[in-house]
Write a protein that binds this ligand. Sequence first.
Ligand code: IMP
Ligand code: MG
Length: 179
Amino acid sequence: MLAQNSRDVSNVLISEEQISAKVKEIGAKITEDFKGEPVLLVGILKGSIAFMADLMRAIDLEDVAIEFMSVSSYGSATKSSGVVKINQDLDCDIRGRNVIIVEDIIDSGLTLAYLKSYLLHRGPKSLKIATMLDKPSRRKSDIKPDYVGFEVEDVFIVGYGLDADQKYRNLPYISWIKS
Ligand code: IMP
Ligand code: MG
């Protein structure tokens, strides 16, 4: 029986094994694309932390730095408004650097559209986007990720860093809940 207020998250949409194989693939691609160059991974808190932790270890380059930003979009939990509040900004200079934004999921794409132009103003050498999950059917901006784990249907995803009311980030697999 489920405890009060908890939801059934036992259905496995993407397994630990599938996640692990996919992250290795993306890591190998980034390794290939940036051969001999330094890379700065910018994780978007909090959803990206599982992907970030796995992805950085799958990149076989000498100079991989990590930083984090925390953003929240004004609007309800399930609907992004496109206006993004920067709760924690980068405390390093990204001018002339190869920056890869590391995200958990792209839904409307409004958060990343804002973030991308925000960071481009600081003059990075390159700016790419890596996302574990992509919900292209929900897109409201023309954001296209450079590295994608899995495309998912329009369902509410939890696990592997993604939450519902701050719960289920710790699931080692990716599941969904009825919203
Ligand atoms: P966007 O601006 O609509 O692309 O929303 C981006 C953010 O909303 C993501 O980085 C997630 O934090 C959150 N989000 C969007 N879809 C889901 C989902 O299915 N599960 C959990 N969080 C989600
Ligand atoms: Mg997020």
